[in-house]
Ligand binder design. Sequence first.
Ligand SMILES: Nc1ncnc2c1ncn2[C@@H]1O[C@H](COP(=O)(O)OP(=O)(O)OP(=O)(O)O)[C@@H](O)[C@H]1O
Length: 685
Amino acid sequence: MPRLAISPEFPVELSALAQPVRRDVVVAARRFLQNVAGAPHPERVRGARDPRVATLRLADRHRGVVVKQRDVYWLLTVLPDAEAWAYAQRHRFGVNSALGVVEMWDAVALDRVRPAVRRSAEASRTRLFADICDTDLAELGVDSRFLPLVRQITDQLTLEALEPLLPPTQYEPLAALARGESMTGAWRELENCRPLAADPEPINLEDFGAALQRSPDRAVFTDSPRELNRVLDAPGWCVFLHPPQYRMAYWESYQQPTLVTGGAGTGKTLVALHRSAYLARRGTGQILLVTFSQGLSSELAARLDLLVEDEVTRKRIEVGNVDRLAHRIVSEAEGRPPSLVGATELTALWEETETGHSPAFLLREWEQVVLAQNLQTLDEYLSAPRPGRSVELTGEERTAVWHAIEHVTEQLRERGKRTLLQLASEASVLLGQTTGDLLEEAEPKREPYRHIVVDEAQDLHPAQWRLLRAAVPYARDDLFIVGDPHQRIFDTRVTLSAVGIDAIQQRLQVSYRLPQEILSWGVRLRGGGPADGLVSGVQELYGLRATRHGPRPMVRAYDSPEGELTGLIAQVGQWVRDGVPPQEIAVAARTAGLVRNARAALRELGVRVTTLHGMKGLEFRRVAVIGVTDGIVPDPDALTPVGEDPAARAHDLQRERGLLYVACTRATELLYVSHSGRASPFLPT
Ligand SMILES: Nc1ncnc2c1ncn2[C@@H]1O[C@H](COP(=O)(O)OP(=O)(O)OP(=O)(O)O)[C@@H](O)[C@H]1O
């Protein structure tokens, strides 16, 4: 029986074929896999650069291209006959000697540029890699077939021009050396191309099948027609992860909590989904996949349904948000659902106190100092640090604030009401009680989950972190966390270590969602210095890059809000006429009023219209962000007055900036931004 491995390009090419051809291709591939009568057989390709290449006739005038070694077939693509033969003739294949993964390159295209590289070498005595000996290059896996070309490269620009023609496993270490990095730096880049942990077995360059097994980003083996169907039908992200994503999601076991950070669209959510699926398949216990809001958790659940087909496995993963978890734990303990206090009622309670501080100031002090550190007594509060609060409070003032907090919490208790953060705090105490008393027992395992996977971690409050920490035992693979401090849209700047989560950190650097043009515009917009939180120290956006190019964001200035709305209607109408499905278009604005107006104006078109907050975690082909006007973004009502607390105001401004950045980085294809009157100060000039 043949062993059939599918490359990520195959399902993409397949989906581009007409339906009857597609059906025939699938039937033929299934026959080939099962080795039954009528199965296509490999046909050699005359003039092929690589003798292992063959084609399979999969449908009328359509062929699959395979690389064949013994019983292993790597099915690369399916194309009309002539294109398939040309493809088969052009490409060569190899095994990277450092990583043992497969490599593929267009040998004809590479040959075409060789004369130009040679000419520039003849005109210059400089050689980019003059200081690196052949042994070092070989150690980095540079293929001896590329060596003559590499030796002729005179400068960085020439190397960059070769990037699309070289396998990434060849290019990345060379690019690192060209940037002046050491061998260690070059190795680090190479390691990033490794999807699996290093294999202790020596690499056999002749064993292509073993190399394919080490390359799950390039080839998935299908043992049955069912698996074949799945690889061909499921969305690409369900089957193929990029090497760093794969390595993080499928690492056998993490000794301690793990934090994956990365910019917008780098695949953090996908990694969280795959990690959950991996843990569920392992069957070591119940998993909670948790995210910020109810809306996002529904999105996650829908994607998880696509990723995990098996019902028993899927049932091991509960998808939820932290508020709901807190609510449930408190409900179960008290025997009835807790009542929540509304914002207006809470503000009225703060107003009853007489500290000379505004309700907003007191609320922040309560949430960011008292609840964040779980302070229980006045003495604890008097000696506690107040990070992020720049207004000094004397001992007397602190005492007054503490009494104000006591007044409000007492009033809430009398009314039988709580805030969501209070619920989280109480839920973590409740969990602590059930587990703490039992620690000495043989089987204390009373935490509700064995593993917790957290998405959008940047916005969780310390009280919520304490709840999550208490909901899972201290054990291997307890917490797997993904987030991006630059996308924080709420007021929490907690580092994980401050809440007792000692996490190892990994980072994703390539955005697969955004074209370079939207990404670099977004990075300039986000600007304003590095972001803090989640990890100790600060996190820079430096190094984040994209793999695609596209149109630059359109920024449109209008004279009036009415003109801006008319412009929006025209733009979105054009997108719909271009054939973009309405569910792949989103319009976002900072205020509820702008959202209402846009929604009314676009009702007929059926596109999504939401607030900037509502864009978190989502993705659309085309996005319009309107009302990016001075006086609207940042929202003056969301800013602490300058005189009240300058540090809080600076944080508010960063949060508002982050909010706009989040909305603008949802577009995979096109971004349209508009304002009427003076532009928001956040817009890059
Ligand atoms: N391995 C992959 N295969 C296919 N598509 C991918 C892959 N990785 C990323 N993408 C694309 O990038 C998008 C972003 O992925 P994801 O939502 O996981 O990123 P994220 O880092 O969580 O983004 P954000 O923080 O901006 O919400 C995906 O929806 C998909 O379009």
